[in-house]
Design a protein around this ligand. Structure first.
Ligand code: FES
Ligand code: FES
Length: 168
């Protein structure tokens, strides 16, 4: 690429204002990984496997088919942004461990992002049908689907209990 073709795009990534560089053809995943966000993983590169999923203004998107310029002025969250300031794991990350919802873990960041969006979209419990619908488009070659569904279901239930306890 001719360096003179470079364009900069400013967005908020995991709570911080960043400037990502690329051109009109640069996919978002390339710029995010160049920024050190290696949880954004490319497998198929054509938007069908879910390993590159990030949240764009809270909605899951495939970063492999998203042009970098689409991030301009938007808010992006990756799996690195799920952790708290002191590096503690999020409730969903902890539940993935408790439910043993991975083997090789290559698909895990993508599942976590869509799981996070699903959890944030409801105050109530999530049944398996809703979870499977929310996680459709994600593939796990290790076949951990049942454990992943359990992790999201248990996390939704725990959040509900936490909200109920906070009201009393
Ligand atoms: S790598 Fe983006 S959907 Fe498969
Ligand atoms: S845990 Fe290996 S691909 Fe999902």
């Amino acid at each position: 690429m001719d360096p003179t073709d470079q364009t900069s795009f400013t967005c908020v990534v995991n709570g911080e204002h960043v400037v990502l560089a690329g051109d009109d053809t640069t996919p978002a995943i390339t710029a995010l990984r160049a920024h050190g966000l290696f949880s954004v993983r490319e497998t198929c590169g054509i938007g069908v496997c879910g390993t590159c999923t990030v949240l764009l203004d809270g909605e899951p998107v495939s970063a492999c088919i998203l042009p970098l310029y689409a991030l301009g002025g938007r808010t992006v969250q990756t799996a690195e942004g799920l952790e708290g300031q002191n590096g503690e794991l999020s409730d969903l990350q902890r539940q993935f461990i408790a439910s043993q919802a991975f083997q090789c873990s290559f698909c895990t960041p993508g599942f976590l992002m869509s799981g996070q969006a699903l959890l944030d979209s409801t105050d109530g419990p999530l049944d398996d049908e809703a979870i499977e619908e929310g996680l459709q488009g994600h593939l796990c070659r290790c076949g951990c689907y049942a454990a992943i569904t359990e992790a999201v279901r248990e996390c939704a239930a725990a959040r509900m209990c936490g909200r109920a306890a906070a009201r009393h």
